[in-house]
Every structure is written in structure tokens, then in C-alpha cells.
Design a protein around this ligand. Structure first.
Ligand code: TYM
Length: 331
């Protein structure tokens, strides 16, 4: 063992610019957990191609995403940060695990159902087997914990089922990972349509980490709310206000009671810009640091190269164990 710390794996697809949703649901917790765990944080470009991408855009976003990981507070000295396609063991283990996954299990994945409805003309086999690759990402590193937003819980559960099955057919091979889902910010909703999750493909309802302050303010001022006046958390009846309150609390560290008390008796005309300002202040140092880092491509290249080397070393240990157990002849 390299050390006795428990391990974390998580990743984000470079299929769009990083959003406030991914920050609050995932990255914020990655930063908080980086001292306690040995962490691998990945840019999962192989997952991104399950729907069609513009190659130049994806290349740009991959590097930007690395700069943003660091700018959010992830220390490259402490964490292994890398690009998924640089570590071919993900694809190799993905193939193997696909042979231990049921068609029926994959058919029940809600992300597959949603995405295949959205991309009706291009429902690829890759989109269908996506959760198997995700299981490979996690199991390859024997991760104990997977910090993600609520929408990824089902995938982590499937990953556990695959690992359990493999362990019971052969012998203890994989650590069973637990999802880590934050109490607040696990499901940030769209500002334009608070019934839907904030997603990178909905520019009006989505805050991107690199958005300019004036764009952030404009989107918050236009955020869809309700016809009442009260700034109160009530997810059922006031989804817009509840979402804004959650964003405000996650950005400032205040509790829901504190936030409600602060805006008691004040209208939405005061509340919405206040949320916008809290988010602008949260994002300002991240945006500035990411821009600074992006000016030094050689540094970023060093980080992802070193990350891939380190990740490959860890990945090979698991992969060779798996290959031996299933009966492949050693190379
Ligand atoms: P992705 O790229 O869609 O999202 C990245 C992370 O951000 C979280 N997230 C949100 N959290 C709260 N509110 C939102 N509106 C919001 N939008 C996104 C997601 O839950 C996720 O944690 N399949 C994964 C990527 C992946 C992965 C992995 C994650 C591939 N392999 C292995 C963990 C471990 C995905 O599509 O995330």
C-alpha cells in the first residue's frame, strides 16, 4: 500500500463548461476531502463521447477543466489529476466488467433513459454501457468513496452490484465503494426552470464557473420564482425560491434558518440579486485563478502527464489481478 488513507475517485465529463451544479454537488466536496483521503480526480473524456462532441471544443474544455479543478482548490501535489483516455486500463476493465453486467440492469438506468430520449437519432451502444465504464473508473482504483451529486447515486449503486457479483464469482477483488452525496447542493436546479436539474446544455438556467459577473447577475435577477413574497424553503410549492436559498446557503456557508431570517420581510427584488452577489464572490477567485493557470499550458501538461503515470501504476495492479482471476494468460 502507498499509504493507509482511504481512497476517493470522482470525475466530470468535459461535455460542456463546468457549472455551479457540478461545483456544489461534487467539486466543493472533493476540495473538502482532499486531506483526509488519497484522491484521484479525473476528466472523463471517454464518457463525454457517448454523445457527439465537437473535437476542438472538447480539447479546449478538457484543459480548461483541469485548470478549474486546480483553481477550485484541488492541490496537484496532493491529488492525482488526470485525463481518462490517458489511462487505457479504464477501457480494458470496462470491457471485462461489461461481461458481468446485465442488460436489464443497464436498461433501468435513469440517465440512459433521459439521454436516449434527448438524443433519439444517436442512441449508441456506448451510451448504454456508460455505467459499466464508470464502474471501471471507480473499481480500478479500489476507491472507498465517490463524491458525486444526487443524479449519480444510481450509477454508484450499480458499480457496487457489479463489484459484489465479481467478488462472489471469484474471490475478494474489489473494494465496495460508497457514494458521498452532500446534504445541501446535491441537486442544484435550473434557474430558468426550477423543476429541472441545472445542466450544462441549458445556458439560460445554468451558471458556468467561467461566466462573467454581469452574466451571473443577469441570470439570477431573471430566475423563475413564484407569485408570493416570502423567502421560505418549501421545495414542493416554491421550487424556485428553495433552489435559490440552497444556492445561497451553499455559497455562503449559512444555514437555511439563518438565510430565511436574513431575508424575512424582504421581497424577491432584494433576495435574487443577493444570491447573485454571493455566487459572484464565490466564483471570482476561481475564475481569476483558472485564467492565470490557462496562460501556463506547460504547467497543466505536467500535471496531467504526471497524474496519468501515477494513475496507470495504481490501475495496473487491479487490472492484472482481475485478468489473472478470470483466466487470461499473463503477458
Ligand atoms: P457529470 O459530468 O454529469 O457531472 C459531474 C458531477 O457534478 C454533479 N452534478 C450536479 N450536482 C448537483 N447539482 C447539479 N445540477 C449537478 N449537475 C452535475 C454530478 O452528480 C457529478 O458528480 N457519470 C458522471 C461522471 C463520471 C464519474 C465517474 C463520477 C464518470 N465516471 C466515476 C464519479 C465516478 C457524470 O456524468 O457526471
Amino acid at each position: 500500500m502507498e499509504n493507509q488513507k482511504k481512497r476517493i475517485f470522482s470525475g466530470i465529463q468535459p461535455s460542456g463548461d463546468l457549472t455551479l451544479g457540478s461545483y456544489m454537488g461534487a467539486i466543493k466536496n472533493w476540495v473538502a476531502l482532499q486531506d483526509e483521503y488519497e484522491c484521484l480526480y479525473c476528466i472523463v473524456d471517454m464518457h463525454a463521447i457517448t454523445v457527439r462532441q465537437n473535437p476542438a471544443e472538447m480539447r479546449r474544455r478538457t484543459i480548461e477543466q483541469l485548470a478549474q479543478y486546480i483553481a477550485c482548490g484541488l492541490d496537484p501535489q496532493k491529488n492525482i489529476m488526470f485525463i481518462q483516455s490517458h489511462v487505457p486500463q479504464h477501457a480494458e476493465l470496462g470491457w471485462i466488467l461489461g461481461c458481468y453486467t446485465q442488460f436489464g440492469e443497464l436498461s433501468r438506468m435513469t440517465q440512459f433513459k433521459d439521454k436516449s430520449a434527448k438524443h433519439k437519432d444517436n442512441i449508441t451502444a456506448g451510451l448504454f454501457t456508460y455505467p459499466v465504464l464508470m464502474a471501471a473508473d471507480i473499481l480500478l482504483y479500489q476507491a472507498d468513496l465517490v463524491p458525486v451529486g444526487a443524479d449519480q447515486k444510481q450509477h454508484v449503486e450499480l458499480c457496487r452490484d457489479i463489484a459484489k457479483r465479481f467478488n462472489s464469482v471469484y474471490s475478494e477483488t474489489f473494494v465496495l465503494p460508497d457514494p458521498f452525496i452532500p446534504k445541501m447542493g446535491a441537486r442544484v436546479m435550473s434557474l430558468a426552470n426550477p423543476e429541472n436539474k441545472m445542466s450544462k446544455s441549458d445556458p439560460d438556467g445554468c451558471i458556468y464557473l467561467m461566466d462573467k459577473p454581469e452574466d451571473v447577475m443577469r441570470k439570477f435577477k431573471r430566475a423563475v420564482t413564484d407569485s408570493e413574497m416570502a423567502v421560505k424553503f418549501d421545495k414542493e410549492n416554491k421550487p424556485g425560491i428553495s433552489n435559490l436559498l440552497t444556492i445561497y446557503c451553499t455559497a455562503t456557508g449559512k444555514t437555511m434558518e439563518e438565510a430565511e431570517a436574513q431575508f424575512a420581510g424582504q421581497g424577491y427584488g432584494v433576495f435574487k440579486p443577493a444570491v447573485g452577489e454571493a455566487v459572484v464572490e464565490l466564483m471570482r477567485p476561481i475564475r481569476e485563478e483558472a485564467q492565470r493557470l490557462l496562460a501556463d499550458k506547460a504547467y497543466l501538461e505536467g500535471v496531467y502527464r504526471e497524474g496519468a503515470q501515477h494513475a496507470q501504476y495504481l490501475a495496473n495492479k487491479t487490472l492484472s489481478k482481475v485478468q489473472r482471476k478470470i483466466g487470461f494468460v499473463g503477458r
